[in-house]
Design a protein around this ligand. Sequence first.
Ligand code: ADP
Length: 377
Amino acid sequence: MSRQPIADQFDQPIIVLELPARVGSHSVTLECTARQLADLEMLTSGAYRPVTTFMGYDDWRSCVESMRLADGTLWPIPITLQLHSQVLPASTCEIRLMHQGRHLATMEVMERFTPDLAREAEMVYATSSQEHPGVVALYEAGDVVVSGPLTIHALPRSFTGPEYLTPLETRLAIRDRGWRTVVGFQTRNPVHRAHEYLHKVALELLDGLLLHPLVGETKSDDISAEIRMRAYRTLLENYYPRDRVLLGVYPAAMRYAGPREALLHALSRKNYGCTHFIVGRDHAGVGDFYGTYAAQELFDTVDPAELGIEIIRFEHSFYCTRCEHVASKRTCPHDSSQHLALSGTKVRSLLSGGAMLPAEFSRPEVAAVLADGYRSV
Ligand code: ADP
């Protein structure tokens, strides 16, 4: 194997491992991790169009450095197949991607390189902190990236509920409903009243709402997709006009990359037929890694025509005990002592302590589903 440094315009020396020309014919079988499976599902369903296979070096580098694919298309996060070099003989020319005994896809390995993960972490996640779950996952995924055409044998399907709709099925459902404008809502958290407020303000202006909870891997203390979906079904039955809302699922894994992930979420929702996309406070953030409105600020730098989906921005919203409804600083004159806003950590600690969430935070029907879900885990 030859080692060839790439001389390019970037500061970081990046080493590419060139494959010897088809020497040997090693076929490697890979049991996919949850994240690899989620990426494969997004790629093969068309949810990541125009990206349809795991990226090679040129796309990876361009994406990391300039939020674009090598051909210039706006794309904020590398979608790569990372592996550990010790399980990948140099002569590997084929990788069989498996899940629980099913052979899902075969990659013909055309490229193999060593990504500069420190650079990727700094550029994509804006941190190399080991406190950041996305950065930890990036390092754990492996030191080598492989790329090449995929042959699909079976479509991965991570969620079994009736809400599973591919991008094409979602677009057809939207067409059947006759909606001309559709706003997408990404979420990884249990639905609460501030979420409901964002949905309904948007619904005052647009034809339909695609509620699109992320059901791929999240960090271990986030509430499971199954419980979150139960909460959504209950909420819709009781409080939403059925003909204005479509509940689907978004199979991606959460990266917690804040602004860049917000951009990925928006671009991907175009493939599901959305014309608009909600971005509120600290979208796809974790801890204090990103500013409250950092994601919205990133969208300010993108040409709307190139983005191709309209961003509906929301300020931080809360329940105001004086106004007796959900509001934001734009609509409520009272100070924070009158406002109720619970962090995800606080919600989890209330639920694990067996307490019901307050009615100002969560609809009672939803609070009951969450309490029940917590009791049964
Ligand atoms: P994530 O953005 O990580 O999926 P959430 O499920 O909490 O996390 O948020 C879903 C969407 O709702 C995001 O756009 C987020 O910015 C927005 N959002 C959540 N809670 C609020 C709130 N209280 N005020 C304004 N926007 C919010």
